[in-house]
Design a protein around this ligand. Structure first.
Ligand code: ZN
Length: 696
């Protein structure tokens, strides 16, 4: 599970920011690093590019120089392994993505026509949007991106590249045929309009454009897996996780992603680098985990995947960590098949103290929780929380990135062996630097007190919310015996309800004096700042991301409106949250923070009950009633009010480059470079990590 950044959480320089900067300064002083943010704050540009609704940022790797040669070497191999799966996510997202990307990249490299033509700019914006989303569907809304230039110009572009090395298959044997083949795929708004379709009442499989399924209906998928599942199995594998489901000679068949199978060429390259990584593992536990990951990629065996996850959870001592595999299932409306991603990192020892202080109290939080006694874990095991410094992200985690990760996803492994929760420290730091420049708080806060509270406590509130969400939220609660996994029982509502549940745990405890006692926050003002921001965002600010006429689709957005909207409705009689108007503008104002906390607790209890009992009907009713419909007049108002604020709704990152310094074929050091050109990086990745053939 992942946490993504709340849109427009205001960030300001504050006591906490100063503390954070001090932490980085100390790191910098200790290692004399060239990469440390402090000495180069002026020179280092966080913002690299802005286009459409997107901005591309850069992050640094403070403390890298301080690592041992062996650790740097390990990070280099893991980063190469991460990058080697580049093509996989493209093909997973949509069957025509690879041919489109290769065609666009050829045009960028070889077009001999006029690059001063305004349509060339439109072409580049389209291409950058496609790169950002790892395909032609928006990374967040999953709606198809439509070019601003027309089909005539499209043909001009293709014909203007005589030296191009366009992809060729029997379906398009020359550039003209290629242009004609791609034209409806790129320009027809109705064709494959959404990558992930969650609408109630449609066939989620045939209605979604992702490439996880081919030629099968939702009914056929469900019928295929039903007999495989044993309700008495206490350690079930995650069916479908690493395969495409299709028909072979009319028979529904899984085609696994593994060495020698689908995506085998990319996976073999991942394996090459993982095998090098094993030779420089930090300790036996880490080595064992990496070896199991290798065995899993070689065989595609899901039992081996589970064994790997258990070994990975048990490796808590290593400085360096990696997520690599088919991990998150947000891209599959049925929540079965996982997207390729990798996050390579090392531990941020200083910042980890905060998150650890919370993680160490997991049992206390579980015992005090407002959920029903039978849904509480008697013993919360193995919560491992840390702040990490990201070195490289790939696949579904790049360019758009999570700010928190909680894995593994299998409920039984989490229950029996625990899970790892991480906050991506240097990514959040880059967001804060960027966010300090433009903010929505002046426009959307009701009064000066709310603005001041946000300025003083907003960043800390954001960090604590993430910590609580990941470390306590996802790890809390238990399913009733014999109940299927939430993906099975709650289906397309599982992700929204799980994110809502984790948010509610965070919201409930961020107003608890326990956090003051633990020394992680100075006063309940932090909790109030979080409540202000959560309500403001959940009921208003996030609407900026919608187009006129749209309702909410994405799980995290649905969950935020569900939590905020439910509390607003339930507290209406007592004016717990009040909707006010001033100068024709709408504001949501929290009047009673303690009452709001109680409401969050009630909703937490109900959503935990829904998860524990697998109550699909109640879950569906909650999400559909509070989490989907939006007030279109309010959407229009919010978008209008945002016009004066300079920021883009979505951010992604350019990846640093690790460069090995070789002497006589041996790695003697690894240097970090910070590229600053998004186009160049995408062209480089397309060139250097092209592994899969174009088949569609
Ligand atoms: Zn989450």
């Amino acid at each position: 599970m992942r946490t993504i950044r709340k849109p427009y959480l205001p960030y300001f320089s504050s006591a906490f920011m100063a503390l954070l900067i001090l932490t980085f300064m100390l790191n910098a002083c200790q290692n004399g690093s060239q990469d440390a943010p402090t000495s180069k704050t002026e020179e280092f540009q966080v913002l690299a590019d802005q286009f459409a609704d997107l901005q591309v940022l850069r992050y640094r790797i403070p403390g890298f120089e301080n690592l041992s040669l062996q650790q740097k070497e390990l990070l280099y191999y893991l980063s190469q392994a991460a990058r080697s799966g580049h093509d996989i996510i493209w093909d997973q997202n949509y069957k025509h993505n690879l041919v489109i990307r290769k065609t666009l990249e050829n045009i960028v490299e070889h077009y001999e026509g006029n690059r001063k033509d305004p349509r060339w700019e439109q072409f580049m914006v389209y291409t950058k949007r496609v790169w950002f989303s790892n395909g032609i569907h928006h990374h967040y809304s999953t709606r198809k991106l439509l070019p601003e230039f027309d089909t005539t110009y499209w043909n001009t572009l293709i014909q203007g590249c005589p030296k191009a090395n366009f992809p060729i298959t029997p379906a398009y044997a020359n550039p003209s045929q290629l242009a004609a083949f791609l034209q409806p795929i790129m320009f027809d708004p109705k064709r494959d309009a959404k990558r992930v379709n969650q609408e109630a009442g449609v066939d989620l499989v045939t209605g979604s454009a992702n490439n996880f399924y081919s030629g099968v209906t939702q009914k056929e998928v469900e019928a295929y897996y039903k007999p495989l599942k044993n309700p008495n199995d206490t350690t079930p594998v995650w069916f479908g996780l690493n395969s495409r489901l299709t028909k072979v000679n009319g028979k529904v068949t899984e085609i696994p992603w593994k060495s020698g199978g689908l995506y085998g060429q990319a996976i073999d390259r991942i394996l090459f680098w993982l095998q090098k990584a094993v030779t420089v593992a930090e300790n036996p536990k880490q080595k064992k985990a990496l070896e199991l990951l290798i065995a899993y990629y070689q065989t595609g065996d899901l039992k081996t995947w589970d064994a790997y996850n258990i070994a990975w959870v048990q490796d808590t001592e290593s400085m360096i960590d990696v997520v690599n595999g088919f991990i998150e299932v947000y891209g599959d409306p049925l929540g079965m098949r996982a997207s390729y991603e990798s996050v390579v990192s090392f531990k941020d020892m200083e910042a980890t103290k905060r998150i650890k202080a919370i993680g160490d109290q997991a049992q206390w939080f579980e015992d005090q929780s407002p959920i029903l006694p039978e849904h509480k874990k008697a013993k919360v095991t193995g919560i491992s929380a840390k702040v990490i410094t990201v070195v490289q992200e790939a696949g579904d985690a790049s360019p758009s990135t999570p700010i928190g990760i909680n894995l593994p996803n299998a409920d039984w492994i989490r229950k029996m062996h625990g899970s790892k929760s991480v906050a991506l420290g240097n990514i959040v730091y880059a967001y804060n630097e960027m966010g300090a420049k433009g903010s929505s708080i002046q426009e959307f806060a009701w009064d000066q007190a709310e603005i001041d509270r946000s300025r003083q406590y907003g960043p800390l509130a954001g960090d604590l919310h993430t910590d609580l969400h990941e470390v306590i939220g996802h790890a809390s609660g238990q399913l009733n015996p014999g109940i299927g996994t939430p993906k099975e029982t709650l289906k397309q509502y599982a992700s929204t309800l799980e994110e809502a549940r984790a948010d509610l745990v965070a919201l409930y405890y961020i107003m608890d004096p326990k956090l003051i006692e633990l020394g992680v926050m100075p006063s309940l003002e932090v909790g109030k700042a979080e409540y202000d921001g959560y309500i403001r965002n959940g009921l208003m600010l996030q609407l900026r991301r919608l187009e006129a006429g749209e309702n909410l689709e994405e799980s995290h957005m649905r969950n935020r409106q569900l939590n905020a909207g439910w509390a607003y409705q339930k507290g209406l009689a007592n004016k717990v949250i009040e909707r006010r108007q001033r100068d024709g503008k709408t504001y949501f104002v929290v009047n009673d923070y303690q009452a709001l906390r109680e409401l969050f607790g009630q909703l937490l209890r109900e959503i935990q009950r829904i998860k524990s009992e697998g109550d699909f009907k109640a879950g569906q009713a909650l999400v559909e009633t509070y989490g989907v419909q939006v007030d279109q007049a309010l959407v229009a108002e919010v978008k209008k009010r945002f016009e004066s604020i300079q920021s883009k709704p979505y951010s992604g990152f350019i990846q640093p480059r690790l460069v090995p310094i070789l002497v006589n074929g041996q790695i003697k050091d690894v240097k970090v470079e910070y590229p600053d050109n998004f186009v160049e990086q995408m062209m480089e990745f397309g060139r250097e990590y092209a592994t899969l053939p174009v088949v569609n």
